[in-house]
Design a protein around this ligand. Structure first.
Ligand code: C2O
Length: 532
């Protein structure tokens, strides 16, 4: 089936935290419209830009098999849709079902332009867990009182970190416990029923904990991949990630507080603003929540580790895990934040981010276009497969934390297999990096704290039933190993999904060549592909 959507990008005055400001929205809605489809459907979204900003939209986690032109990152797979212009995104959800998200993929517009993608299984195919009575989308975000584009532009000019957000939101609202609050979101439940929460983290810069007082949650899916069910009272979700969790309304009655709070692997709390909502049993008269809960401490690293360790793929006959066992490209990426000189900046230097000591510089032509038409001078294909400067994170901080600029891609032959060990260096301060790969789901085969040990750590990899996902947290001063098969020709961005780090250059792209078979090539660009 083909699903048609019209997304008009328009400004909309929106009030939060007692102040009203114009924000960039899709169809005047915040959060944006939900996109519903079924596995294998084709989705056609016509995006019309009625604002003065350049825009693009990204369908986060949609593989875009051979349809890279619809992926969305600005200057990677397309030039932006300019004011007054339109573009049609056209893609097929082949073999994908679950919850994903769409968001703007240019500058920081995704702060207000985001929404859920709900992909139901094919008709007649049940979930691999008991069917819930109802499904509910819960999308988490951040809110700044100031204009968000001004926040990031000022940070870029000064070379300093941007201001943190003023609120965390649940379905667009800071919630009932915030001072100066709108009412907040209420999840109404009936005693005895089971609900599937499709929880999406669309926050800009924060990994989040999610908790409902008095209730346990059973995780059944992450990033549109079924997981072996496990119970927990706290979910850990990084920006770009999604979690489907079953909630049984087994407490009879009452109002329960729902809390969202940031995780940061830093001892000093820098951001402890909690977003709240209410779970309310039908017939409860109390106006405010009667059962409260506290959020985990900001640096509850242990909790994040055990949550991630609990995630396994089903690896059933119907949903097998196909982890690549023979690896063609074994790569080690160090990622982190560094400092480059900047004469116009406040401290004479600016914060930058890097992968293997390369700070990615955005081109002014779309990379995919440059690749397809063989346009020279836009990028090079010499992205280093190993760090240019050997790094030992437990050692003393290096005195030179400068990075080199480049628009460098790493070339992969069609169908080659790739392992990337992503090592967080945390040179300046503790930082987690939820890393997102476009165009693929990858298997998360291993993770650990400290330096990756190339001799002993691979022996402990889970090659049987690791979870597959599209975004994975790299622990501060630790590492994560992922594996995937390069079976999707195109140019695919890999980046930290904390927008501040992406802005500073924590990104690179893989160039996957066409295969020789009949259905192994990138399709030609659509005729309305925007021009730069
Ligand atoms: Cu959800 Cu490149 O982004």
């Amino acid at each position: 089936m083909v699903r048609h959507y019209k997304f008009s990008v328009v400004m909309k005055n929106t009030t939060r935290l007692c102040a009203t400001k114009p924000i960039v929205t899709v169809n005047g809605r915040f959060p944006g419209p939900k996109l519903y489809a079924r596995e294998d459907d084709t989705v056609i979204v016509r995006v019309i830009n009625h604002v003065t900003y350049n825009v693009t939209l990204h369908w986060h986690g949609v593989k875009q098999l051979r349809t890279g032109w619809s992926d969305g990152p600005a200057y990677v797979t397309q030039c932006p849709i300019q004011p007054g212009q339109s573009y049609i995104y056209n893609f097929t959800l082949s073999g994908q079902r679950g919850t994903l998200l769409w968001h703007a993929h240019i500058s920081w517009l995704r702060a207000t332009m985001y929404g859920a993608i709900v992909i139901l299984p094919k008709r007649g195919v049940p979930y691999p867990f008991p069917k819930p009575d109802r499904e509910v989308v819960v999308i988490l975000g951040e809110w700044w009182k100031a204009d968000v584009e001004a926040v990031i532009n000022q940070a870029i000019q000064s070379g300093l970190p941007p201001n943190i957000s003023d609120a965390h939101t649940i379905n667009g609202h800071p919630g009932p416990t915030s001072t100066c609050s709108s009412q907040g979101y209420t999840l109404n439940v009936e005693s005895g029923k089971t609900y599937m929460l499709r929880i999406v983290n669309a926050a800009v810069n924060d990994e989040l904990f999610f908790k409902i007082s008095g209730h346990q949650l059973t995780v059944v899916e992450v990033d549109a991949i079924y997981a072996k069910p496990f119970k927990t009272d706290t979910l850990f979700i990084a920006p770009g990630q999604t979690t489907n969790a079953l909630l049984t309304a087994d407490q009879g009655a009452g109002k329960y507080l729902v809390v969202v709070s940031p995780f940061m692997d830093a001892p000093i709390p820098v951001d402890n603003i909690t977003g709240t909502a209410i779970l309310s049993y039908t017939g409860t008269l109390a106006a405010s929540p009667t059962v409260l809960t506290t959020s985990p401490s900001q640096n509850a690293t242990q909790l994040t580790s055990s949550f991630m360790d609990s995630l396994k793929s089903l690896n059933s006959k119907q949903y097998p895990a196909n982890v690549p066992l023979a690896i063609d490209h074994s790569l080690l990426f160090t990622i982190g934040v560094g400092v480059n000189p900047c004469s116009t900046c406040v401290n004479g230097s600016r914060l930058v981010s890097y992968i293997n000591n390369v700070t990615f510089v955005m081109p002014t032509t779309g990379l995919l276009e440059a690749h397809y038409y063989n346009i020279g001078g836009v990028f090079t294909v010499d992205f280093p497969g190993n760090p240019l400067i050997a790094f030992n994170y437990t050692g003393t901080q290096p005195s030179n934390m400068q990075t080199m600029n480049g628009t460098r891609l790493y070339r992969l032959a069609y169908n080659s297999t790739v392992q990337v060990v992503i090592q967080g260096t945390a040179m300046i301060s503790p930082e987690s990096h939820p890393t997102h790969l476009h165009g693929f789901d990858f298997y998360a085969v291993g993770r650990g704290l400290g330096n990756f040990d190339p001799v002993n750590d691979p022996k402990k990899f889970n090659l049987i039933d690791p979870i597959a996902r599209n975004t994975i947290g790299v622990p501060s001063g630790g590492w994560t190993a992922i594996r995937f098969r390069a079976d999707n020709p195109g140019v695919w961005l890999l980046h930290c999904h904390l927008e501040v780090h992406t802005t500073w250059g924590l990104k690179m792209a893989f160039l996957v060549e066409n295969g020789k078979g009949p259905n192994e090539s990138l399709v030609p660009p659509p005729s309305d592909l925007p021009k730069c």
